[in-house]
Design a protein around this ligand. Structure first.
Ligand SMILES: CC(C)(COP(=O)(O)OP(=O)(O)OC[C@H]1O[C@@H](n2cnc3c(N)ncnc32)[C@H](O)[C@@H]1OP(=O)(O)O)[C@@H](O)C(=O)NCCC(=O)NCCS
Length: 196
């Protein structure tokens, strides 16, 4: 595999591939809100924003993406109107309620990440690390002092990657009784300082 190249945004031609990667990685967490795989994937395909996604490509294909928050929107901006395009009013209300505990906000001092994922067949080859370097560069260009992310307690391999790249614990949280719905309960907030 060629060394991955990273840049911000994807083309409309790449939208389905980027959304497939996102859904493959995060469907366990999102499916309870978005009903089933077909509906969830369709919603993510529509709502994934190229403006808030860093993309890794190798051999001309998208091999990984890293979302981030900007202007209080994440990589996947599931609005009422977007949900109603696929779901009933009741199911849309339910989706927004279930998604609310997972939502983060953009912050002035730090670039807050919203889902990093790599093609399962290509993991362990440095693509995730390249995306986190790209996120750090993007944070620096915005004048942020840190890159911030949340990692769930059931994902020790991702946590090991963040530890290795110099992210440090900066807080923690729990979804309480919602944990059973999403398949995880506790999470750790981690930060990587942006060198000037
Ligand atoms: C976490 C993830 C983005 C890492 O991407 P990657 O391209 O495999 O990362 P790199 O090759 O740069 O680094 C690999 C390291 O990541 C960690 N890692 C996490 N999940 C991994 C996986 N499924 N396969 C291989 N490595 C994984 C390991 O610590 C590994 O270190 P090692 O090579 O010393 O064992 C990727 O595994 C992934 O998409 N996982 C599913 C989605 C996810 O869990 N995202 C994180 C949410 S907080």
């Amino acid at each position: 595999m060629d060394a991955p190249r990273t840049s911000r945004g994807f083309t409309e031609h790449e939208r389905a591939r980027a959304a497939d990667l996102y859904w493959e990685a995060f469907s366990r967490k999102l499916r309870p809100a978005l009903v089933d795989d077909a509906t969830g994937l369709a919603l993510v395909r529509t709502a994934l924003s190229p403006d808030r996604v860093l993309v890794a490509r190798a051999g001309g294909s998208v091999v990984g993406i890293c979302g981030f928050y900007e202007g209080n929107k994440g990589a996947v901006d599931l609005t009422w109107a977007g949900l109603r395009g696929r779901l009933s009013a009741a199911a849309s209300v339910r989706a927004l309620l279930l998604l609310a505990p997972l939502s983060r906000r953009a912050q002035r001092d730090a670039l807050v990440l919203d889902g990093i994922c790599v093609d399962p067949a290509l993991r362990g080859r440095g693509i995730g690390s390249a995306l986190l370097e790209a996120a750090t560069d993007h944070a620096r260009s915005r004048g942020a002092r840190a890159v911030r992310l949340s990692v769930v307690d059931t994902n020790p391999r991702a946590r090991a990657l963040y530890d290795r790249l110099g992210f440090e614990p900066a807080g923690s949280g729990s979804l309480g009784p919602f944990g059973a719905v999403y398949g995880f309960s506790g999470y750790t907030v981690m930060e990587r300082a942006v060198a000037r």
